[in-house]
Design a binder for this molecule. Structure first.
Ligand SMILES: Nc1ncnc2c1ncn2[C@@H]1O[C@H](COP(=O)(O)OP(=O)(O)OP(=O)(O)O)[C@@H](O)[C@H]1O
Length: 256
């Protein structure tokens, strides 16, 4: 099954996230250079580019970890440049991290319950409801049998599932997935691809940073390519992955 099998997102609907000329400079280095893009509800934008292209920095600006040096971030038409990260989480922006960080000394269920308590609109208001939400997302992500395990004892693939469940329990409208397939074998990659597919239709926009090109090709409605901080392509996956500039900048060096 490919992304083309899904109904096309409504072109006319207001985007969930939009950036205009978004820029981040670190001293002399321009890490993200005037990047403009948008993602609609239920749309998946794949983001690829060589190491150091600015992908994680882009996510860090959207989630509120880094303040932009220039440009605008609009979330459902509201300018959010100056909101702290927790306020963005309350609006419905959730992310996963490249290095998975479960809360140590806590069970799998407790980890995801924290997500449910601090999510959109301030999170679930009661502990029983938060735990119920956490259980539902742990079932959804395939960790239903491990809810009482210590989170820091989980193996790599299960840690990724936990990271998904934590983010989903926040009730996101925008989910930012930063290299969730790194370090997985091909079978595990396919499982994560299936999981992301299953997440479609839950009213989210998704930004998926990934080096596994096969996965990006099959998941994404559109693919954006960053190179030295600049956007060099943003189109449907087939067009982007055949673009000579993209092959030159990135794909020529990778055959995944
Ligand atoms: N806090 C920081 N201070 C200084 N430079 C930074 C900082 N964060 C990122 N950079 C620089 O910005 C550039 C883009 O980095 P970024 O991590 O966004 O790239 P990336 O595309 O996510 O790479 P990768 O695929 O390796 O994760 C790099 O040159 C990096 O060294």
């Amino acid at each position: 099954m490919s992304a083309q099998n899904h109904p096309a997102p409504q072109a006319a609907a207001a985007p969930v996230i939009e950036t205009r000329g978004l820029t981040k400079r670190f001293q002399g280095l321009v890490s993200v250079d005037a990047v403009s893009f948008s993602i609609a509800e239920d749309e998946i934008l794949g983001v690829i580019g060589p190491n150091g292209a600015g992908k994680t920095t882009l996510v860090n600006m959207i989630s509120g970890t880094y303040a932009p040096s220039a440009g605008e971030i609009l979330f459902r038409s509201e300018r959010i440049n100056d909101l702290p990260a927790f306020r963005r989480a309350h609006l419905g922006i959730a992310r996963t991290f490249q290095v998975m960080k479960p809360f140590p000394g806590m069970t799998v269920l407790d980890n995801v319950t924290v997500g449910a308590l601090f999510g959109r609109d301030g999170g679930e208001k009661s502990m029983p409801r938060a735990r119920e939400t956490a259980r539902e997302w742990l079932e959804f992500t395939g960790l239903g049998a491990k809810i009482e395990a210590q989170a820091d004892a989980l193996g790599g693939p299960d840690r990724k599932r936990l990271e998904f469940a934590k983010a989903l329990a926040m009730g996101p409208k925008l989910l930012l997935l930063d290299e969730v397939m790194a370090g997985l074998n091909p079978v595990e990659v396919d499982e994560v691809v299936e999981l992301i597919r299953k997440m479609r239709g839950h009213g989210m926009a998704m930004l998926v940073i990934e080096h596994v090109v096969k996965a990006i090709r099959s998941l994404s409605d559109r693919v954006m390519v960053l190179h030295h901080g600049e956007k060099i392509a943003d189109d449907d996956p087939a067009a982007v992955l055949e673009d000579p500039r993209v092959i030159e900048a990135y794909l020529g060096k990778r055959r995944t």
